[in-house]
Every structure is written in C-alpha cells, then in structure tokens.
Design a protein around this ligand. Structure first.
Ligand SMILES: [Zn+2]
Ligand SMILES: [Zn+2]
Length: 367
C-alpha cells in the first residue's frame, strides 16, 4: 500500500513528509493504522546525526498508538480492531530475559531492530523499489506501520489513543522507574532530577507508590509547576549546590530514592550523591551521550548507596503498559498536562523545533 510518512533523508536536515510503500505484514507481523504519535528526544537525536548508530533513509517515530488493521500469518497476540501502543522494547515472552522477572530487555529481535530491519532482516518500507529502514522497530511518524506482534501492547479500547501514545516511551519509562525498577516504598522520600516527560512520570510513579516526600529538581519553574501537578511535594531549581540543599532538607542524610531523568552525567553524579547513606537507591533513566562517563566516589557505595539503571522503566511492555493505561483510565495518572501541542504529520519538524526551544513537554502528531 502507499501511505504518507516523515522520512529522515539526510542527517541534520528537516524530515521530508512524502508517500512511501508499505508491504503487507509477514508471518508474526501486524499492520497498524496509526492514530497518534508523540515526538520524543530520541527521534530528534537520531535526526540530528549525533547518534553514531543512526542511519538514513528511515521513517522516524516510536511513540505510536493505533488500531490493528490486518494480521500476518500465525499472529495470535492481537486481532483486527484491537487498540495498541507500539513498543520499541518488545516482549516475546520466551527468551531468557523475558522468562526472568529480573529484566525487561527482550532479546528476541534486538539485532535486526537496531539495524533498522524487521526480525527477518528485511524492511516493509520502500520508495521506488529502494528499501527504507525502520526506526526502533516502530517507524510511527506515518499513517501506517508494520510491526512484529511481540512489539504491540493491546490496551483498553476506552483509552483515547492521543493520550495512550505517551505510554509508548517517556511516560512509561518514568512511571516504571519508580514503580518497578526502584519499587519505591510507602512513606519514603524521593528526589527526581529532571521534569521532562520521564521525570514527571517518575514523580507520578513515586506518588502512586505512596512516597511521602517527592522533591523535583529542574531548571524551569514552569516544568516544576507541572511536577507539582503530578504529586511533587517540594520543588527546587537545580544548580551546583543541589546536593547540598537536598542534604539540608533531609536532616543531612539524603533521599531514600533518587531518579535521574536528564541524561546529563553531572546531574547523574548529583543523583548518586543525593541518595541516602545506608540504603539510598539512585535510578538512572536519562540516556547520556555515547562515550560519556559517570563519576562516582566509591566510598558512597561502600556506605550503602546503590546505583541502578532503568530502560523503559523496567517494564515488560505487553503486560505492564496496558496496566498503566488502565490506571490512567481509573483517574490515577493525569496525562493531559503533558500534551502541550497537537500537530499534523506535515508539521513534524515543528515538533522538533518546539522541543529544541523546550516549549512544553510533548507534541502529539494526530494522524
Ligand atoms: Zn522516546
Ligand atoms: Zn523476549
């Protein structure tokens, strides 16, 4: 079929919205009609050309939600008409990681996905007979996508898809970091560095876990206001003395849990140092640039602080994303304040500009 999609033709150039070919879903694959898609930093990072593993041409986008249009041979996990959220982090349910409760990093299709191919090593996207590669296994800046069934989370049909798409990446990453990776305890003190999509998700997750104090640190008063809306009990403007101020707020000890959601390694160090002696757990969610190093004073670890990382919030997508969407439908997660702009596919580059200008949290493309 022919469809419209935003193609990254050349790094550091605007995406080009155009018609491309999308082949039928193969065995185990599903054709999804996309309804909405968030614009995320990872899309912009790849488009900029700074990501050394990037490639072009490709159709970007990974925060998609839509409706299953057609299933390829042997598909059993979803059916026509199902509402789905796209998963860049799939869940095959069978690999050594999927059967372990200790990680969400499914191994099934990793290699081909990273190279821009579907699991059989080919693409469904093309243009004039030339293959166009997939991005993050999702390619959701488009009217349709073909994805493996293991990379689709079937959600409640009641959930509006323009909100549900946010659960495809940043929001779930933050919620999961607090609820699953750190498994924040009731009554604890949490500090969240960064009030972008991931950080705000971590604030909401800490609240849902019953944290007593949730301190959010960011450079923008506007974003800190949003953090209060998600359950932050205290906020502060970041800076070199952030750790000192957090220690002062916590009787000199630091927080039970800290979360890093900026990707800045200097802030990561602060998140480690703001964790409490004895048991403080620092969860790193932000993605640092390739080659960057995190400095940690070993004595801080000997005295009981722990550091861990969280990819996609430690969530096993097909199980955990629908559960989060249900909590949203129950009124426990307030998604609307995250949607700052609604744009069309043709305005996708404006979505990048808004992000660069730090204007709002998320632009959602309505397809
Ligand atoms: Zn993302
Ligand atoms: Zn797996």
């Amino acid at each position: 079929m022919r469809m419209r999609a935003a193609v990254l033709e050349e790094f550091a150039r605007p995406l080009v919205v155009q018609e491309v070919e999308l082949a039928d879903p193969g065995p185990g694959e599903v054709l999804v009609r996309l309804v909405a898609c968030g614009v995320c930093h990872t899309d912009m990072y790849t488009a900029s050309g700074v990501d050394p593993s990037g490639y072009a041409p490709t159709v970007l986008g990974h925060e998609g939600a839509g409706v299953v249009e057609r299933c390829g041979e042997g598909v059993r996990l979803v059916g026509e008409g199902d509402h789905v959220v796209t998963l860049f982090s799939p869940q095959c349910g069978e690999c050594v990681h999927c059967v372990s409760p200790l990680t969400n990093l499914c191994l099934a299709i990793r290699e081909q996905q990273n190279l821009g191919y579907l699991p059989d090593g080919t693409t469904r996207l093309s243009r004039g007979g030339e293959p166009v590669r997939h991005f993050m296994g999702t390619s959701t800046f488009a009217e349709y996508t073909v994805m493996p069934e293991i990379a689709l989370a079937r959600i409640d049909r009641e959930a509006p898809l323009d909100r549900a798409c946010l659960f495809a990446c940043g929001l779930s990453t933050g919620l999961g970091a607090a609820m699953k990776t750190a498994a924040v305890r009731e009554g604890s003190t949490c500090v969240v560095f960064g009030a972008g999509m991931v950080g705000l998700g971590a604030v909401a997750g800490a609240r849902l876990r019953g944290a007593e104090r949730i301190v959010c640190v960011d450079m923008s008063g506007e974003r800190l206001e949003l953090a209060r809306g998600q359950g932050a009990t205290e906020t502060m403007i970041g800076g070199e003395d952030a750790v000192q101020r957090i220690l002062e707020m916590t009787d000199g000890f630091g927080a039970d849990y800290t979360f890093e959601a900026t990707g800045n390694v200097a802030v990561m160090r602060q998140a480690v140092e703001a964790a409490r002696m004895g048991w403080g757990l620092c969860t790193v969610c932000g993605v640092a640039g390739r080659g960057e190093m995190l400095e940690v004073i070993p004595r801080l670890l000997i005295t009981g602080r722990r550091v861990c990382g969280s990819s996609f919030g430690g969530l096993k997508g097909r199980e955990d994303v629908p559960a989060l969407v249900s909590r949203y439908l129950e009124g426990q997660i307030d998604v609307d304040p995250f949607i700052s702009h609604r744009i069309s596919l043709d305005e996708v580059n404006r979505g990048f500009e808004l992000m660069e200008a730090q204007d709002g949290i998320r632009s959602v493309i309505e397809l």
